[in-house]
Design a protein around this ligand. Structure first.
Ligand code: CA
Length: 219
């Protein structure tokens, strides 16, 4: 699970990130509204946490622009002003939840997990394409258990069969920001996945699109 936290109080942001990491939640930080919006538009996050009062763009502005661009990532709004008005304003702009500052990390974690348990996500337990069945919870493909990274890659490819999934997107989503530029990594995992597909007798194959990324297509 990967979240984006947009917060201008850097000390607080780092502390929350540290605590989320302990809960196995990856957390990227942005310290102003503009960076936050750019990162949120990447669509790689499971949940976006927005402070309301931010330099450059407010949390509410970010949320509005995300929704205008049809980015449905669940959003938790944070605000030091716990007034009802503020809360209503946040929720009206399309936030999924609202947390007043100061908050306990345990509370934030509970809210993140609650958003992840929504029915839309639960229905997403199995992804099917041709004769392939990927089990999201077990991270298995036609019964073969995959490593976390193999699973992450095949899951992304299977979400949009026939469409190119950019290499940078995969690196970001599966490896996290640290692996940017580590293109070779991904090749190794793609070739392992191809072996798995052969073993299964898959009717689908992974194509490389030079300079762009990969797509899964009918063989
Ligand atoms: Ca702030």
């Amino acid at each position: 699970m990967r979240v984006l936290y947009v917060e201008d109080e850097q000390f607080l942001a780092e502390a929350v990130k540290h605590n989320l990491n302990k809960e196995d939640i990856e957390c990227d930080l942005a310290f102003n509204g503009e960076d936050g919006l750019n990162m949120a538009l990447d669509k790689i996050y499971d949940v976006v946490i927005l402070d309301v009062m931010l330099p450059k763009l407010s949390g509410i502005d970010i949320l509005r622009r995300m929704r205008e661009r049809k980015i449905a990532t669940p959003v938790i709004m944070l605000s030091a002003l716990s007034e009802v008005e503020d809360k209503v304003h946040g929720l009206e702009s399309g936030a999924d939840d609202y947390l007043a500052k100061p908050f306990k990390t345990a509370e934030l974690v509970a809210r993140i997990k609650a958003l992840m348990r929504r029915p839309a996500e639960i229905q997403d337990e199995k992804v099917k394409y041709l004769n392939l069945v990927y089990d999201v919870n077990e991270k298995s493909l036609n019964g073969i258990t995959l490593t976390a990274k193999e699973a992450g890659i095949i899951h992304e490819l299977l979400k949009t069969p026939g469409k190119i999934v950019k290499k940078d997107f995969l690196l970001n989503k599966v490896w996290g920001g640290e692996a940017l530029g580590e293109d070779n990594y991904i090749e190794v995992y793609i070739s392992r996945l191809r072996k798995v597909l052969r073993k299964i007798g898959s009717r689908a194959e992974i194509n490389s699109v030079r300079g762009f990324g990969y797509k899964i297509v009918e063989a």
